[in-house]
Write a protein that binds this ligand. Sequence first.
Ligand SMILES: [Zn+2]
Length: 700
Amino acid sequence: MKTNHLFLAAMILAAGTALAQSPAVSQGIAAQDTTSQPQEPPAIKSFDTSAMDLTADPCTDFYQYACGNWRKNNPIPSDQVRWARSFSVLRERNRYLLWKDLDAAAKNPADALEKQYGDFYAACMDTATVEKLGFAPVKAIWAQIDGLTDASGLAALLAELSNEGTPDGFFRFGVEQDEKDSSQQIAQIGQGGISLPDRDYYIVDSKRFQTIRTEYVEHIKKMFVLAGDTPDEAAKEAAAAMEIETAMANAETSRTDLRNPEKRYHIYEVADFDKLAPLFDWNGYFKQVGIGHFDTLNVATPLYFSELNKLIASEPLSSWKSYLRWQSMHGLAQDLPQAFYDENFAFFGRTLAGQQEPEARWKQCTSMTDRALGEAVGQEWVKENFPPAAKSSMDQLVAELEKALGEDIGQLPWMSEETKKAAEQKLAMYRNKIGYPEHWRDYSSIKVSRNDLIGNVQHSATYERNYRFAKLGKPVDEKEWGMTPPTVNAYYNPSFNDINFPAGILQPPFFDPNIDPAVNFGGIGVVIGHEMTHGFDDEGSKYDGNGNLHEWQTADDRKAFTERTECVADEYSGFEAAPAKGDTPAQHLNGHLTLGENTADNGGLRIAFMALEDALKQKGQIVDEKIDGFTEAQRYFIGFAQVWCENSTDASARQSALTDPHSPGRWRVNGSVQNFDEFGIAFACKKGTPMYPVSSCRVW
Ligand SMILES: [Zn+2]
């Protein structure tokens, strides 16, 4: 599944098409946490006039108008780097409700399932045992690394580490659907092996990145000293690890290029792949990790592997050992004693992202258990928090949005009749998944112990890897989910051609059975429209209804399409993600990295509005009633904007501009409304104002 499985999605496939970035930026586990007792966060208002800044002019800066007071009154909590009215607050709430289940299961499990996730959670909370075990779990891994006598042994060592669930860097290897024949599941390999958020951090020659690189090396050094190195040894090891990571970063394909499916599709015979990087024993590796036989595989990033080969030839054995020692220690840093944890947080949380303090341990342990055993603990959560009525309302909304997108395609001014037919065919083949899986995954083979946090993490990693390996050559499971039920997010998967809405997002402020339709269409309606439009963005449009990379537009239509997406890319490249600060210049958005998401935002806003108009007409409610002093159309746009009210640290905004395919809230709102004339009409803006410009971009 290419959209969000952390394994391949994040590195090879450039983060895919989720609605929002998963909140992986919050770092760490506070080992000591006596102050914050879990408390139920309040439910969120779907439409909140007190969030608005009515002194602002909606035609000049709609984001300020809809969110100004909320942003002023809701500074970023000290344990976060980004705080959003909908996503963050709802995520906190869902996590609290999940914690209640975990806490109860840890204390008094009702059955084997509850015992497993209760123990997993309890082991994470047991900081006394974590302190007692100390650095011993990593020492054991280092003993394996020390046994390496020759670079020709790298493959066997990496296979051994992988089999044990130990982070090893180097590359990402797994099984995915064949991009050109989605019925086939094939082996796939791609770049991986750096620890900073993006290759730019290693490569870009600016003062800011030079400083970050210096601090990163200093951080690696401190970690090695904590592990027992002398300062001199630590400095040497840090320099070696940094040299290898920098070479890997130089060989990497950019995130923006990886969004192009053709640029990540290179089928190789195993023998030819072997020739690409002959110094690594690929056949031995594939055999030892137990994936089963295959003759061909997709090499997402061939250049990376030929460069890796050069690196194996040029780097001394001692440097590889330092690199692997660093990777294994770094990968487990959050599960180690307090001193390691603190140093890891100081760099990755505070320095890189501007986070002031770590999240409470119960929060981190809840998230960790959800990641490892989400379809076990999610079963209870769904029973308690997802009423059947919500599912049937969603079925109806999705049908209404599908109809609106069909009408939108029919009315497109730039597309030929022939291509319109093909687009409608693709739309008719969409599949919808709502709430939670029909069949839950079976985690019973994961060995979980109540006093072995790192062991549990490793067993879970191996299980996850083997779960993917087992797909090789098997039929595709169309019912599989890529997000756990309490997740506040949604996604489109181009190979499945399906849209997915976990139970976690199907509640206020996105979806509220007690509010007027305009607000629901502005909330969950736009989310549905956003995911549907992904099937037709610059990436998704290259796949047909069967989920195969296959051109269905005529050459002229593809040309017109690209002109239109380029208009959106140029527009968003002009938006600032972070203003100039001291001698650090302003950071602009990358219009091509965010193109798919921006296209989906623009399309979603348009088709949800069309669906709202249809729904109101059907009920005979064409008369515009005002509620709270706003017309239905105004409430639609305000409801939409209030999903995206957020504050973010400067460091986090800059990091996201390089790594997140989603634009920040301000531009998700202002960028979308200025491309949709209905907005200017709804707020009686003068043509030529910033939110109602004379010319704008439109794809769908
Ligand atoms: Zn999206």
